[in-house]
Write a protein that binds this ligand. Sequence first.
Ligand code: ATP
Ligand code: MG
Length: 422
Amino acid sequence: MKISAPRGTKDILPDETYRWRYVDETFAEICRLAGYEEIRVPTFEATELFARGVGDASDIVAKEMYTFEDKGGRSLTLRPEGTAGVVRAFIEHGMHSLPLPVKLYYNLNAFRYEKVQKGRYREFWQLGCEVFGPTSPEADADLIILLWQFFQRLGLNEIRLEINSIGCPACRPRYLEALKAYFEPQLDHMCGDCHERFEKNVLRMIDCKVETCQAIASGAPYQLDYLCEACREHDAALRSRLDQVGVSYLVNGRIVRGLDYYVKTVFEFVSEHVGTQGTICGGGRYDGLVDQLGGQPMPGVGFAMGIERLLMELEATGAPLPERPGRDLYVLAFPNTMDPAAALVYGLRAGGVAADLDLMTRSFKAQMKYAGKGGYKALVVLGEDEANSGVGRLKWLQDGTETDVTLETDSLVRLFGDHNKR
Ligand code: ATP
Ligand code: MG
């Protein structure tokens, strides 16, 4: 029986993994520069964590979670996102007593039972940041600017930043009333999920993906028109910091984000290149979340970005990508010179040269053929003469030129060091 990868998952093979590594490393570097440190959290958590942390009424919790019972009868869930686990860890390790702000970043896989399509999978990867401590709009800006600089460093100039404010517990109730008043007379024309959202969380009705619902929602009132003084000032200060740093943005009063815990600032980075799944990155402020998950009240702001969609953007826009890493040197040998060849190869590796030799008991001719296809920069023959004299001829495969070399670790390490610098 042939077994394939489960629907919505995919293998990332060596012809792609180096691009992932490039994105991972660039992100880690940008985070380091901005003072964020990495956190790693478990792949599965108590189901309760996501029910409380993401919100019962969200699509994620209502429809998309991979929940199972373990042999001890606990209900566990494969994480559908990173924030809830990071917040849990923050509380569990008493990180509220660390000097604030606490700035964390993560790089993790997440799982959602989704309708699989381009840019939408059941296992996918997210890069994200969370800042705990500050209530200031400048903290929101700090995150957005980090993302802006990340995209710039990757050469992505066609990603648009959209921001919105969804208010706070002080001003949201009045807005929710206005929303209810707006949707109520049209409820008959809306989907079953929206009926439920109307009861449980009317804000969610704004980003329903059903077309007829979208058409109705497009006429709904905007939270921006209902902000209290504090939220208005917060929003203005965020915009002014973005203006000052030269980050351009669009105000989009329709962004509400799929997760329940956001207040005030919400934002997305969107692109035309990733099809209908245009959101590459989404984030916002979640001042009530730590509290809600049982910690001492602690404001927070964060974002999560899908790596698959980011890579789609990199490929679609023709942004510069690194070359697939090559191998340096293949040492061809004969049965009676395999030992000195091995000594040379392992010495070279210890010195930082990507060297290799035959493991397939191939004939000399077959080794030659393999070396030509193996992506090596150079090859060298280590026969009996070379073993005795300690001198050989190194052939550069790109242009066919040859160099006489001493078959000794230090000088070859130096040779490849110089070559790889060029
Ligand atoms: P969407 O509206 O596309 O469903 P979302 O609001 O569910 O997105 P978030 O939960 O905010 O997304 O996750 C942040 C980012 O993670 C998204 O912007 C996207 O890049 C990525 N992402 C979310 N779900 C998936 C998925 N199923 N497959 C691939 N990437 C995803
Ligand atoms: Mg979603």
